[in-house]
Design a binder for this molecule. Sequence first.
Ligand code: NAP
Length: 282
Amino acid sequence: MDKKLKFAVIGKPIGHSKSPEIHQDFANQFDVKIEFRKDEVTPETLETWLSDFFKDGGKGVSITLPLKEAALNYADEISDQARLASACNVIYAKDEKIFADCTDGFGLIKDLEENLKVSLEDKKILILGAGGAARGIIPSILERNPSKLKIANRTESKAFSLKKDLGIEVNFRKKNLTFEAGGLSDDFLLSGSYDLIINSTSVSTKAGESIGLPKALFSGTKLAYDLFYSVENTVFMQEALAGGAQKVSDGWGMLVEQGAESFRLWTNLIPDTSRLLEKPID
Ligand code: NAP
């Protein structure tokens, strides 16, 4: 490819995003020349920004908070994953159309199964949080046939609506799945044990803040996974280890893998993620 491909990541705040570095690493593997912008865009400026970007020959955009839902309005085609999530983390131009997709679920499953060697089949899984990230990952988790999935969220009603929306779509009853939703009370959390506990709340974005989970929650847990990525262990990861979780991980691997899938959607090229997985960008 001789032409410089135009990509971008947009959202607010955007300064912290590692997308330009991740995609530059992928492009270097194929000798593809790219220009990768990092622009602060709000829901109010989204329409104009996207229209200008694609008119200018832009190819693909990574979408972050707070634009993940709003960006769906500008797509001609919405993938099943993005529809189930009611949000997208990537949009791109192809065949004169704009496509929206959600690669978060793909990224998480790839990180769990291939990088961390954790199978989800017949496992008992607890998801903390019921925001955009939970919506993005739950359809992919359900496809892996866990035996139990429990969603616990601070605002209980959001966990119930998430279960309702996704439960109907994936027809989970056929898979002999126990699927529960509730709040963050000790009674609900401790009414079972979990092989895998995933923190999809945004609590780790605030350094030092704790969800206030009961210590006994992590007894018997094989992996406690925080979607947030951080060089130091997050408070959630520290509490999981103190509570007896066998292993912890942050979401760096998911971030790299969802980026690799976005890069594939944009270019049809599948990048090797191993170098970035070994050496996270500070
Ligand atoms: P979001 O839509 O704003 O949802 C935030 C969730 O966190 C809600 O369920 C909220 O509960 C809960 N929450 C916030 N503060 C809390 C607290 N103090 N105690 C308990 N629960 C709390 O955010 P999101 O898009 O889902 O993102 C969540 C996290 O995932 C972020 O850390 C983000 O960086 C990470 N993420 C990582 C990747 C990756 O590739 N690694 C991809 C996507 C997202 P309420 O409903 O009660 O407000």
